[in-house]
Write a protein that binds this ligand. Structure first.
Ligand SMILES: Nc1ncnc2c1ncn2[C@@H]1O[C@H](COP(=O)(O)OP(=O)(O)O)[C@@H](O)[C@H]1O
Ligand code: SF4
Ligand SMILES: [Mg+2]
Length: 399
């Protein structure tokens, strides 16, 4: 089992990163830029060289997170969310080919030495994961785990000081009886409590960016709400730049300022959270919103809306839009090429269509369902879906 820093920062089964990165500049990093967004990613691609056909997990992602802002990243399982943000932590396996730019306070991570990346991890950028129970060493008490985490950045710290700082952090994340908790072992804490401790550990070295990768997926619904509330509070108090990764569009609306929708390693849509939820551009976002179950829908005659098919195989490199086989607006052209970036960001009015799923409405979403779009003749309105009433826009897609 690794050190507490590794426990906190590294998903199991991944090794140290960056030696294998493509596009390294080798030049000394410029001075840190404290005025701009602390995290900026440009044209990020990650490929795993497995078997004969490489697996393209991330394909040209652009994003940025401002100070004190929460970026919500949504998409089905396998969309490349975790891989993209593991790259920003420098936590990909050695054989992963990483291209593009990842700027932390203006300095390109992909041009740094491994040791430098390690020194930034925890101090500038930190991450929490889905299953807190699996991220702790079962034979380490909470106190010992905190001590190791502090020592990773400050080897001279005394045990007494480590305890004092740990108690302060545990109180900040509202862990009751913080001092007594330091003698607890992971199996003695509930999932929700462990996630609080995980958040406290992630904040131990005062990072500016916190990446929360599905932090509530393994928790029951009331605890989910508490953890989302805690993250919102910490963001406010510490002016944290927060990335909230989830497959749950209902949840992301509660915390995100902006939302980025990912599919098959691409960003299909990005915008202000309320806009994306109310007036989504992409048929994929629209389908995700329609798939949100509403209260009591399980017992109605209508049944639940599901997106037919599954995410494409990332080792098969088909041309065209990866969502085409599942898209209710797909036209033949969609299978030939990825549509160009549409600079016109104007969204269709929210009231232009018949009522849709109540679940989508609960998330503040547009009332238009995919079925409604088909029935209202959107497909037939124009020669191509890209210029239809429900325009499909791919911001920042690179082939
Ligand atoms: N270490 C790895 N080696 C090979 N393939 C990987 C590795 N990690 C993730 N992948 C693949 O990359 C794709 C994106 O995965 P991931 O980012 O975990 O998706 P998400 O977080 O959106 O569910 C998936 O097809 C996954 O199987
Ligand atoms: S309309 Fe075409 S390009 Fe847009 S999401 Fe559907 S298949 Fe993809
Ligand atoms: Mg994931």
């Amino acid at each position: 089992m690794g050190s507490a820093e590794e426990l906190r920062g590294r998903p199991r089964g991944t090794g140290a990163p960056l030696d294998s990165t493509a596009g390294r500049e080798g030049a000394p990093a410029p001075e840190a830029d404290r005025d701009g967004p602390p995290l900026v990613v440009r044209g990020l691609s990650v490929t795993f060289p497995i078997g004969e056909a490489p697996l393209r997990a991330v394909r040209g992602v652009d994003l940025s997170v401002n100070r004190g802002e929460c970026l919500g990243v949504v998409g089905e399982s396998g969309s490349g969310k975790s891989v993209a943000f593991a790259a920003t932590m420098g936590l990909l396996p050695r054989d992963a080919v990483v291209e593009g730019e990842i700027h932390l306070n203006g300095r390109n991570l992909l041009a740094m030495e491994r040791e430098e990346v390690r020194s930034l991890r925890g101090r500038v950028i930190s991450m929490i994961f889905q299953e807190p129970g699996r991220s702790f060493d079962p034979i380490y008490s909470m106190g010992k785990t905190f001590e190791e985490t502090f020592r990773a950045k400050n080897p001279a710290i005394s045990r007494a000081e480590a305890r004092e700082r740990a108690v302060r952090l545990l109180r900040e994340v509202h862990v009751p009886q913080a001092e007594e908790r330091l003698s607890s072992f992971p199996h003695q804490l509930s999932g929700g409590m462990l996630q609080r401790v995980m958040i406290a550990l992630a904040l131990a070295n005062d990072p500016e960016v916190l990446i929360a990768d599905e932090p509530t997926t393994a928790l029951d619904v009331t605890i989910q709400a508490q953890i989302v509330g805690l993250l919102a509070e910490l963001r406010e108090r510490r002016r944290l730049s927060l990335v909230f990764i989830t497959h749950d569009l209902g949840l992301v609306g509660q915390i995100a300022d902006r939302i980025q929708v990912m599919y098959a390693g691409l960003v299909l849509e990005t915008g202000e959270a309320s806009e994306v939820l109310r007036r989504p551009h992409s048929p994929y976002t629209r389908s995700l919103l329609s798939a949100l179950p509403s209260w009591g829908a399980h017992y109605s005659r209508e049944g639940l809306f599901t997106i037919k098919g599954s995410v494409p195989n990332p080792t098969r490199h088909e041309p065209g839009c990866p969502f085409a086989p599942r898209c209710y607006l797909a036209v033949e052209a969609c299978t030939r090429a990825i549509p160009p970036l549409d600079e016109d960001r104007e969204r269709p009015a929210a009231t232009e269509a018949p009522a849709g799923s109540a679940g989508a409405e609960a998330a503040g979403a547009s009332r238009l369902t995919p079925e409604a779009a088909g029935a209202s003749g959107a497909l037939e309105q124009t020669a191509g879906a890209w210029s239809s009433l429900y325009r499909c826009i791919f911001p920042g897609v690179k082939k």
